[in-house]
Design a protein around this ligand. Structure first.
Ligand code: GDP
Length: 365
């Protein structure tokens, strides 16, 4: 599956957040394939539609889909030059699909800040610069090699050089590669290099305990929002310490606690949704009497590939998918009505799955 990496300077609240993630955790029995890597936290993706489907179908069991966060060891200035855990850090980031950058917005005299003062934009720029420098080195090296290939009249080299030079210009300007305007071919070429700054970035503003309900009165949060807006990136507000407390509560107590805090959705749940969306992920459901279950697919995936999410045999032997949109099923209230209304469709190999599809697969074994 795809994973989002949690990064940030030391003492910004990463471990606290990651601890909340592992505490919130998943019921291991439902996810036998979930990784046992201690740096990976698997959480359930909250989805109100599951509750409704459970009411409609009354299954023995309901299983949400899961999402993985990876904890990435602290970065310091100079990481791209191998300072601190620099190289290992960058290698770990290369493995993730999106980056959640935790930014310290809370003020707490008792907790040292690495650069002596809480200054979120400086912090963000410190981290982003390390990522940019690492990419710059890689792109420059590659350009040197491709230039030689262009000289020896390698047909593909000219296109690659052009794509790399667009990215180079941005990096030299201390901007992330994801802002590059590339056509489809160029994007495919550049994707190949797994540049760190090509990965989508989410900013996680970690605010004080008394600030969550009214985070925008925090000047630091405003600054982070402004910065993120320039990049078209999303900002999630959390208080890592509170998330840790929420994660320890029983599900029934959580709702009450959130109401007391004056927020609708926990910061962690917001972060899960944001990371999921940023990665272009969506959910389909299977809804049988034994089990109602949510499954993750990548937007644009066709029916057989989506069947493969459950089991590779489903993909190999795929015949068709019987599909009803969640909204149609919820509105109708039961499957019989859906069928009468002609909203239960039989879809073939070319069908592109939609978020909220409720599906039965037909396949050869
Ligand atoms: P990391 O180095 O980024 O992993 O940071 P930690 O999660 O270890 O947090 C550093 C310190 O800041 C710890 O003492 C945390 O308890 C504290 N901390 C983290 N989040 C918050 C918060 O939201 N509010 C306050 N007041 N302290 C926090």
């Amino acid at each position: 599956g795809l994973t989002a990496g949690i990064v940030g300077l030391p003492n910004v609240g990463k471990s606290t957040l990651f601890n909340a993630i592992t505490q919130a955790g998943v019921e291991a029995a439902n996810y036998p394939f979930a990784t046992i890597d201690p740096n990976v936290g698997v959480v359930e993706v909250p989805d109100a539609r599951l509750r409704k489907l459970t009411e409609l179908v009354n299954p023995k069991k309901t299983i949400p889909t899961a999402f993985e966060f990876t904890d990435i060891a602290g970065i310091v200035k100079g990481a791209s030059k191998g300072e601190g855990l620099g190289n290992k850090f960058l290698a770990n980031i290369r493995e993730v699909d999106a980056i959640c950058q935790v930014v310290r917005c809370f003020i707490d005299e008792n907790i040292t800040h690495v650069s002596g003062k809480v200054s979120p934009i400086d912090d963000i720029e410190t981290i982003n610069l390390e990522l940019i420098l690492a990419d710059l080195e890689l792109v420059e090296k590659r350009i040197q090699r491709v230039q030689k290939q262009v000289k020896s009249r390698d047909k593909n080299a000219a296109g690659e050089l052009e794509a790399l030079e667009i990215v180079l210009a941005l990096l030299e300007d201390e901007k992330p590669a994801r802002l590059a305007e590339l056509n489809e071919d160029q994007a495919a070429i550049v994707k190949h290099f797994q540049l760190l700054t090509m990965k989508p970035m989410l900013y996680v503003a970690n605010v004080g305990e008394d600030e969550v309900a009214d985070a925008d009165s925090n000047e630091n949060v405003r600054l982070v929002r402004e910065f993120a807006a320039q990049e078209g990136a999303e900002v999630i507000i959390i208080c890592a310490r509170i998330e840790e407390e929420i994660a320890e509560l029983e599900p029934e107590e959580r709702q009450e606690f959130l109401v007391d805090l004056g927020i609708e959705e926990s910061g962690l749940d917001q972060l899960i949704h944001a990371a999921y969306n940023t990665l272009g992920l969506a959910t389909y459901f299977t809804a049988g009497e034994k089990e109602v279950r949510a499954w993750t697919f990548k937007k644009g995936m066709k029916a057989p590939q989506c069947a493969g999410v459950i089991h590779s045999d489903f993909e190999r032997g795929f015949i068709r998918a019987e599909v009803v949109a969640y909204d149609d099923l919820a509105a109708a209230g039961n499957m019989a009505t859906v069928k009468e209304q002609g909203r239960y469709r039989s879809e073939g190999k070319e069908y592109v799955f939609q978020d909220g599809d409720v599906v039965t697969f037909r396949f050869n074994v």
